[in-house]
Design a protein around this ligand. Structure first.
Ligand code: PMP
Length: 440
């Protein structure tokens, strides 16, 4: 028996031994096309020579220096790189080791910002019912994923949830996008009014929802409206781009496509592409200046902040993406993959919706396509598709989410930015066969 406390204590896993571009290889030499980047992590594939060389160089020079004693060249260079390409108004970066840490840090930074400004009563967070922001206690309290939360309730911080922007289920036939945005905006306004605007610290949302929705973008104008409402009430906007950021949707930051900026932007997965664990919070000038003029330091910290080898890996990853113009490939292959998925599944009895942006695409599976009635949760369809696809040598990220009491089986696709048309065909063929075998 394994002595590792794996997530599932009853499952057995193949042993990953190596990687070759978009493929992982197990101990038997079997290849798996990584069509989900693990969990939207491995955006450069698994054997990028330039990143491996950068990690080797850095680890041989300076593996790590604690950030309360030193800064380091890779940390400074990575911050410069990110800020030069960041949404307007962002001018510093707080480095952490992953997505949950980024969200925790953003929440505490928002809180300290208001304490420093003499508004300590602003501590309430508004999030959306369809969201995942991480598994540490603060991030878990923020996310709306009922299944992940239920065993740990009551959670520790004050969060309430509003509706997501889930047009496929929620937008009414008579509603234009504009009407729908107006309705969701009014809901947020009412929610803020009920809490008292002066008590609200932040609104947090994923620009393209990942783990609870299988790549769900908002309708046009939604985020601009949310931003405007937050600004008017002095509420900070935290964008969780842990999954959808760093090029995944075809632009470096997903919020670029919404034409908005934010006060805090959390990034992780694609930042280091899995070559090292790293995440970050991109911080607005106002928040940085307020904390600098107040106590002068952020009352937070982790041992591995700005880990030199992790920063060197992330810098190499980001340079590769830029130098090889991989975001153009994300847009081209994303378009092709979406087109092929539509050809394969548009008249499929159990594929209700195909959605997403760039190489961040999702399928929502339903028992009845006309009524959108989901499969029974006990069937665990998403998990069975994952197993079936793995047998065929395809990794896809399955999710069963419950929102407003309604179960949803989703498949998330987030392949590496380096894929070509032959990989697109392999994904669609193997995924189609896996879905057909499981819904039959
Ligand atoms: N936010 C989002 C949007 C995520 O998708 C995830 C991970 N799936 C997290 C936060 C948490 O990141 P991590 O698992 O690196 O802690």
């Amino acid at each position: 028996m394994s002595h590792v406390f794996h997530r599932s204590l009853t499952a057995s896993y193949p042993v990953a031994m190596g990687g070759d571009g978009p493929y992982l290889i197990d101990a038997d030499g079997k290849l798996y096309l990584d069509a989900c980047g693990g969990a939207a992590v491995s955006c450069l594939g698994h054997s990028d020579a330039a990143v491996i060389a950068a990690v080797q160089r850095q680890i041989a020079t300076l593996a790590y220096a604690h950030s309360s004693f030193f800064t380091s060249e890779p940390m400074e260079q990575l911050a410069d790189f990110l800020v030069a390409r960041a949404p307007a108004g962002i001018d510093s970066v707080y480095f952490v080791s992953g997505g949950s840490e980024a969200v925790e840090s953003a929440l505490k930074m928002a809180r300290q910002y208001f304490v420093e400004r003499g508004q300590p009563q602003r501590r309430h967070v508004i999030a959306r019912r369809q969201s995942y922001h991480g598994n540490t206690l603060g991030a878990l309290a923020t996310g709306g994923n009922a299944w992940r939360r239920q065993q740990f309730e009551p959670l520790l911080i004050g969060v309430t949830h509003v509706s997501p922007c889930y047009a496929w289920r929620d937008q009414q036939a008579h509603e234009t996008d504009g009407d729908y945005v107006t309705r969701l905006g009014q809901e947020l306004e009412d929610h803020i009014a009920a809490l008292g605007a002066d008590n609200v610290m932040a609104f947090i949302a994923e620009p393209v929802v990942g783990a609870t929705a299988g790549a769900l973008p908002a309708v046009a104008g939604y985020f601009a409206r949310m931003r405007e409402i937050c600004q008017r009430h002095g509420i900070l906007l935290i964008l969780d781009e842990v999954m959808c950021g760093m090029g995944r949707t075809g632009s470096l930051f997903a919020c670029e496509q919404e034409g908005i900026t934010a006060d805090l932007v959390c990034i992780a997965k694609g930042l280091g592409a899995g070559y090292q664990p790293i995440g970050a919070v991109m911080v607005s000038t106002d928040i940085r200046d307020t904390i600098r003029a107040g106590t002068g330091f952020f009352q937070h910290g982790h041992t591995y902040i700005g880990h030199a080898t992790a920063c060197a890996a992330a810098l190499a990853v980001q340079r590769q993406i830029e130098e090889r113009d991989l975001l153009a490939n994300v847009r081209a292959m994303g378009g092709l993959l979406q087109e092929r998925l539509r050809q394969r599944f548009d008249s499929h009895a159990h594929v209700g919706d195909i959605r997403g942006r760039g190489l961040f695409l999702g399928l929502e599976l339903v028992r009845d396509r006309n009524t959108k009635q989901p499969f029974a949760p006990a069937r665990r369809l998403h998990a069975r598709i994952k197993t079936q696809a793995m047998q065929a040598g395809l990794m896809c990220y399955p999710m069963g989410g419950t929102i407003d009491g309604l179960h949803g089986d989703h498949i998330l696709l987030a392949p590496p930015y380096i894929i070509d048309a032959s990989h697109v065909d392999e994904i669609v063929d193997k995924l189609g066969a896996a879905i057909d075998a499981c819904v039959a």
